[in-house]
Design a protein around this ligand. Structure first.
Ligand SMILES: Nc1ncnc2c1ncn2[C@@H]1O[C@H](COP(=O)(O)OP(=O)(O)O)[C@@H](O)[C@H]1O
Ligand SMILES: N[C@@H](CC(=O)OP(=O)(O)O)C(=O)O
Length: 439
């Protein structure tokens, strides 16, 4: 049995947390490959080391006063080293990092040092080999991940290694430059290592006892999810359930390796199993709810648009030409709506409106900003009739005005669009209807 264990920033925020992690690793010999994140928040008001690194680098690269922030980062690591009574010193590493910052080595290099330094400490603490992911996790020059070259290299590099610490979040491109995944990307590193060594299990340790039906910051003490499929998880993670990066399932899915989400602060809790498929039905009709704010709807109206061949394609092409990705596209006979991320869209809005006019000569183009999208996800929805009706009824009861509803043909998820100030009320109403009222 071989397990890959990834510990998130919340599990490694202090020496106290490191000790818990050490105990977890030592309590099971099969936990052979350890993927640490950078130190996270010690309390809700604290700063993540990754954020401090980005800020410090930006200051240093602009010629600003960066030293104070740099010292803050150093102090975070010194606190951990001293608290664990380790015989090690990172002065040399920090001198090199400072030099690289001043040489403008790049924001990705800067951010990666959080995991790199934590990896050095973890390897020293556990007395195992440190393997730098820059040697085996590869990116293309455009920053996208090179999955196949990585898999070959990870398998070869780790083949004869019995135990190792491999920092999360980064790798290098083929010219040797350090590159990172998007935020939360240490989850992806854990999955890559699990695939490469063909692990039996990928344990992802965080500060909650698994995936919960809804975000605990919105619903107090939500029900835990015992098992969830890769597909359900991807929908929820993409829509804001931040407990696991939405791309973390791809590497393990290739080998059918399950992921177990566990709580470093409650190591005896079983957590959530994320699997390819399961014959276990979920406890409720829905498996989970997640949502995001910050969307904008662009409504394009034209009488008889349904009889114009290629109408939608021409509208979508305008978004593509402006490099804007589309989230959803509900439509009617004379109207189509395109939902986009407001932050990406804002800068291009006028080019897009004029582009749509040129492309399809619409009667009107209108916009509505400040929207939230909420995904209700569950493999059980297929077998239960009337789920959409129950959602409508719950929201009508809570006096929420539904702006749009979109059900994928897989019947795995239903997306509801509401005004941002109805976001929390919507999640609570759906949770109460499908979970609270039946548990
Ligand atoms: N559905 C959910 N289930 C569990 N946690 C969730 C959910 N949605 C959001 N979260 C949040 O995700 C956090 C864990 O993710 P993250 O902060 O990235 O942890 P880590 O630092 O361990 O990587 C939890 O503390 C919780 O606030
Ligand atoms: N440290 C990086 C990568 C990461 O995955 O962190 P965490 O495991 O704390 O979410 C970040 O903050 O984005």
């Amino acid at each position: 049995m071989i397990k890959v264990v990834k510990f998130g920033g919340s599990s490694l925020a202090s020496a106290h947390q490191f000790k818990k992690v050490g105990d977890i690793i030592k309590s099971d010999k099969s936990r052979r490959f350890v993927v640490p994140s950078a130190p996270g928040k010690r309390n809700p008001k604290d700063e993540k080391v990754t954020d401090l690194l980005y800020e410090t680098y930006d200051l240093a690269a602009e010629g600003g006063a960066y030293k104070k922030k740099f010292e803050k980062i150093k102090a975070r690591y010194e606190e951990i080293i001293d608290g664990l009574s380790l015989n090690m010193n990172l002065d040399h590493e920090f001198a090199k990092i400072e030099e690289e910052f001043l040489n403008k080595a790049g924001r990705e290099y800067a951010a990666s040092r959080g995991e790199y330094l934590n990896g050095l400490i973890m390897a020293n603490y556990l007395g195992v080999e440190f393997v730098d992911p820059a040697e085996m996790i590869f990116f293309f020059e455009d920053g996208t991940f090179d999955a196949e070259a990585t898999n070959v290299e990870v398998a070869a590099r780790l083949e004869k290694v019995s135990r190792a610490v491999i920092p999360g979040f980064y790798g290098s491109d083929h010219s040797g430059k350090i590159r990172t995944f998007s935020r939360g990307g240490s989850d992806i590193t854990g999955s890559i290592v699990a695939r490469g060594i063909r692990a039996d299990l990928y344990e992802n340790w965080t500060d909650v006892s698994g995936f919960l039906v809804a975000d605990p910051r919105i619903i107090p003490n939500p029900e835990p999810i015992e098992s969830i499929t890769y597909k359900e998880l991807r929908e929820l993670a993409y829509m804001g359930a931040s407990v696991l990066h939405e791309d973390a399932i791809f590497p393990v899915r290739k080998e059918g390796i399950p992921i177990n989400i566990r709580n470093t602060n409650k190591p005896d809790d079983k957590g959530t199993m994320i699997v390819e498929s399961t014959c276990k039905s979920s406890k409720f009709t829905i498996t989970g709810i997640a949502g995001k704010k910050g969307f904008c709807a662009i409504n394009v109206d034209k009488a008889m648009m349904n009889s114009e061949v290629g109408f939608c394609a021409r509208v979508l092409n305008v978004f593509a030409e402006n490099d804007i990705s589309i989230e959803h596209m509900p439509s009617g006979i004379d109207t189509m709506t395109v939902l986009v991320h407001q932050s990406e869209f804002e800068e291009h809005e006028q080019q897009i409106v004029s582009g749509i006019h040129r492309a399809v000569a619409p009667d009107t183009v209108e916009m509505e900003s400040g929207l939230a999208l909420i995904a209700i996800v569950g493999r059980g929805m297929k077998a239960n009739r009337g789920t959409a009706g129950r959602i409508f009824s719950a929201l009508a009861h809570a006096r929420v005005n539904v702006k749009m509803i979109d059900q994928g043909s897989s019947e795995l998820n239903i997306i509801v669009g509401v005004k941002e100030n109805d976001f929390e009320t919507t999640i609570k109403a759906i949770y109460d209807m499908f979970v609270k009222s039946v548990s």
